[in-house]
Design a protein around this ligand. Structure first.
Ligand code: NAD
Length: 257
């Protein structure tokens, strides 16, 4: 790590020491060090699957799409089950223990923030959670394992036990409406943040990607930590091109110094 990066890390640690309401915003890049590929990096999920196949409208309209969607999500489910949280997830837990963490707002569906030790009320999931399944008709929620067992026993497209409605992983597909409560809550928390750190997100999926803008509008100090450029880099007070786990661990080390 060069001196410039160390200086930036030190400055972020200083912000955290001097403030209380830290909001961490995470994207798929926070979990690549745990072995879950992101969407847009080379070798990422969209190099192997065509996102146009999985539009929400197509899921509603076609049994064939639903079958493909469940196959695609079965692969994701097992990747997620195997994954363990990395230093970036652990850093969020440490911030919470220090009494600094207002919340984590995540676009991830992998449950790794909770697996690292954050309670559900500290994590706002903008795009849902792949460990749950929901009925699109009556809203009944299922544990993913229960539905996965049914799929493995030959039910290619599972239906709701209660109303025979369509079941879908409780995640947000392209073209599917965002969860209102979580989106509203994330906007409020972003506007009220004192320090806002966006980690491992390409910041291109809206409305999630607008959270750093709300934070800046509310007067927060903004840091962006990502391997590649984002459309909001110009807005950041501190920009670090680096690995989420490595950088977040260093930030915690500096705070503890
Ligand atoms: P994205 O794939 O668009 O962007 C990920 C970004 O992270 C890229 O800009 C990449 O350069 C960066 N990155 C990769 N590894 C990194 C690392 N170790 N450290 C720092 N940066 C790293 O993902 P996104 O912005 O989250 O948005 C796309 C959608 O992807 C979201 O809706 C999310 O639900 C979904 N997604 C989630 C998971 C997951 O739950 N783990 C995995 C894949 C996709």
């Amino acid at each position: 790590m060069d001196a410039d990066c160390q200086q930036k890390i030190k400055l972020i640690s200083q912000w955290i020491k001097e403030n209380k309401k830290v909001v961490i915003f995470t994207g798929a890049g926070v979990s690549t060090e745990s072995g879950i590929p992101d969407f847009r990096s080379p070798g990422g999920i969209w190099d192997r699957f065509d996102p146009n196949e999985f539009l929400f409208d197509k899921f509603l309209a076609s049994e064939k799409t639903r079958e493909k969607y469940w196959k695609f999500h079965t692969e994701i489910y097992y990747t997620i089950l195997k994954a363990e949280p990395n230093s970036a997830h652990t850093a969020c837990v440490e911030l919470d223990r220090m009494g600094k963490l207002d919340c984590v707002i995540t676009q991830n569906i992998d449950n790794l923030h909770q697996k690292a030790g954050l309670s559900n009320d500290k994590v706002i999931e903008l795009h849902g959670n792949a460990l749950r399944v929901i009925c699109l008709s009556c809203g009944k929620e299922y544990d993913r394992r229960v539905i996965q067992d049914r799929i493995e026993n030959g039910e290619a497209v599972p239906k709701c036990d209660y109303c025979q409605g369509l079941l879908k992983p409780a995640t947000i597909a392209f073209g599917q409406p965002m969860p209102l409560k979580e989106t509203r809550e994330a906007e409020i928390r972003s506007r009220n943040a004192e320090v806002f750190i966006a980690i491992g997100s390409s910041l291109v999926v809206q409305p999630a990607a607008y959270m750093p803008v709300y934070a800046k509008q509310g007067g927060a100090k903004l840091a962006i930590i990502n391997l590649s450029s984002t459309p909001y880099d110009m807005m950041a007070d501190i920009l670090i091109k680096g690995k989420a786990g490595v950088i977040m661990k260093s930030i915690i080390d500096f705070i503890k110094e």
